[in-house]
Design a protein around this ligand. Structure first.
Ligand SMILES: [Zn+2]
Length: 172
């Protein structure tokens, strides 16, 4: 059976009923996110409160969680905290997006339906970096040849992919 977050929901029914839903979504299971961001992992807990504004179905979407990504500089896993609220307008056709009020972000709900997973995916496609990098260079796992001060090495890093390479270089 498919998980609840993947089930298409009827946007008109939710928005007229001012329904609130909450959900947990494993990020690695969102196909568009997975194809765009290599090695994506983690999960978010979210809530969506549906309603209507200016003739559009809308949702207040709150997400809290953690994404794991692969740093493209040191190729180690990095974590990115997610915590935010956005307001989206659910449009049934792309042409309608132009009419959406400025403070709402248009999201396409094909045939008037969208799943919680698709909502999360739309948000994170905008929010997550396409080329994830540790914010500080020092956050990267440094090759041993460059780390003269061993106490500065992050303790949680157990894999040292460059260790063998540095050894080879010294031996030449
Ligand atoms: Zn890094």
């Amino acid at each position: 059976m498919s998980p609840p977050w993947s089930q298409p929901l009827d946007v008109d029914r939710l928005s007229h009923g001012e329904t609130e839903i909450d959900f947990d979504v494993p990020l690695a299971e969102l196909p568009r996110l997975r194809s765009r961001i290599a090695g994506i992992g983690g999960s978010v807990h979210g809530a969506a409160r549906f309603g209507r504004r200016s003739g559009f179905a809308m949702a207040e979407l709150s997400l809290v969680g953690k994404a794991t990504l692969q740093c493209q500089r040191c190729m180690q896993t990095m974590e990115l905290g997610l915590d935010g609220t956005t307001h989206v307008a659910l449009v049934f056709e792309e042409a309608d997006a132009a009419e959406v009020p400025d403070d709402l972000e248009p999201v396409l709900a094909r045939e008037g339906r969208i799943s919680a997973g698709e909502l999360v995916e739309e948000e994170l496609l905008l929010a997550l970096p396409i080329v994830p990098l540790h914010e500080e260079l020092s956050g990267c796992a440094v090759p041993p040849a460059a780390s003269l001060l061993p106490e500065e090495a992050p303790e949680h890093v157990t894999q040292r992919p460059f260790e063998g390479l540095a050894e080879l270089l010294r031996r030449k």
